[in-house]
Design a protein around this ligand. Structure first.
Ligand code: AMP
Length: 400
């Protein structure tokens, strides 16, 4: 079965077409500036040329139509016709408490997605738009599946997901920790168990997804038991531009002293904070590494704060699970920055973590970076959220 994986943003749409026989990537691409003018980058994986041109995209429907046109075109295509595409899998950011696993999208699911809009006002409307656009272009008969960023974390116990605020805010307004990056944490933890040669049910794992957005997840017996992002993705670690955990009273204090309202300040905490805010240099860790190497003290401080926050969270999750067998690094920073991994692991020596500097230099492959004697195994596993979405979609559609 060939499956189209869609990740829809408010003005963008990323896609991959996978052949599930051999789990082979056939094509991938990106629509940008939807609703503004429109640009499509389409990369077939069969040797045909890349398409990289402006294409009018007043709405997501034209974007999907453009993608399908390229996927089936004689010059840039990878399939003969749209009928070869058996199903579509959508990344959906927020499933609230309604979705603990991936689901076939029907009218009831669409209603439930709409109910989750207040929890993810920027993301869920775009996901809903993407689903409707696929229906409009591909027809109602092509099955569509929703795979949720939050679903993996629905196994967290109350002591981990509740905030210590009046209980009615949970019951009436659904304020709780949801966690994000669930598809990534699920993928890398499963892969880690395979690499370690043990059933995941017997393992305590800590997954560190460190990219533009970063979150850590404690996975006990294959189930998420705690994670660092919260009600929204701003919580937990300092990130590229997000502040992570800060004292909530700072908002009132800043509002009183800057005249900015909560909306403006929240925007600053989301988009101008984190390592960008501290360093004043960049949200990109490559730029911070360069600046720190040139003696920029604030860049060094931002990096130190990040390493320290990751290590403290990992330490907390060791306590939460009463032990740890394996630690995983993934996403842009986790997969590429040997230095970041080494700095974080320096804090974890007390656990018996020993890093092999040679193995830590490897890139782009699933690998152990701990020594054979290390009490806790440390792994780098490139994440593959699209593959998880495609696998879930196939499993659900094959069971129909
Ligand atoms: P992601 O959100 O997973 O795509 O990760 C993107 C981030 O990964 C970038 O903003 C960089 O901060 C980081 N990154 C990518 N390559 C490197 C590298 N070689 N060294 C350090 N950080 C990197």
């Amino acid at each position: 079965m060939k499956i189209l994986v869609i990740n829809c943003g408010s003005s963008s749409l990323k896609y991959q077409l996978l052949d599930m026989e051999g789990e082979k990537l056939l094509a991938k691409g990106l629509c940008e500036r939807i609703g503004i003018d429109g640009h499509l980058t389409h990369k077939p994986q069969n040797g045909r040329p890349v398409f990289n041109e402006d294409v009018p995209m007043p709405t997501h429907t034209e974007a999907i139509a453009a993608v399908l046109d390229k996927l089936t075109s004689p010059e840039y295509g990878v399939v003969e016709s749209m009928s070869e595409i058996g199903a579509v899998g959508h990344r959906v950011v927020h499933g609230g408490e309604k979705f603990a696993c991936s689901v076939l999208i029907d009218d009831a699911v669409m209603d439930a997605l709409a109910e989750c809009i207040p929890l993810a006002p920027l993301h869920n409307p775009a996901n809903i738009t993407g689903i409707n656009a696929c229906k409009a272009v591909m027809g109602e008969n092509v099955p569509q599946v929703g795979v949720f960023d939050t679903a993996f974390h629905q196994t967290m116990p109350g002591k981990a997901f509740m905030y210590p605020i009046p209980y009615s805010y949970y019951t009436d307004l659904k304020v709780r920790r949801y966690g994000f990056h669930g598809t990534s944490h699920r993928y890398v933890s499963k892969r880690a168990a395979e690499m370690m040669g043990k059933p995941i049910e017997e393992l305590k794992l800590i997954s560190c997804h460190m990219g533009n957005g970063s979150s850590i997840c404690a996975i006990d017996g294959g189930k998420s038991v705690d994670t660092s992002m919260g009600f929204t993705p701003i919580a937990g670690l300092p990130m590229g531009t997000r502040c992570g955990d800060i004292d909530v009273s700072i908002l009132e204090y800043l509002s009183a002293n800057t005249g900015k309202d909560i909306k403006e300040l929240t925007n600053i905490l989301n988009k101008m904070s984190g390592v960008l805010g501290v360093s004043g240099v960049s949200s990109d860790f490559r730029d911070l590494d360069t600046a720190a190497a040139q003696g920029n003290e604030r860049a060094k401080l931002a990096l130190d704060m990040f390493h320290y926050a990751v290590a403290k969270t990992v330490g907390g999750y060791v306590a939460a699970m009463n032990g740890v067998d394996g630690i995983i690094f993934t996403a842009g920073i986790g997969e590429n920055s040997a230095e970041t991994r080494a700095e974080i692991c320096k804090y974890l020596k007390y656990l018996g973590v020993e890093i092999c500097p040679e193995c830590n230099k490897k890139r782009g492959e699933d690998t152990f970076i701990s020594t054979p004697d290390s009490k806790v195994k440390v792994m780098v596993i490139p994440t593959n959220e699209e593959l998880v979405i495609a696998r879930d979609t196939r499993d659900i559609v094959e069971a129909l």
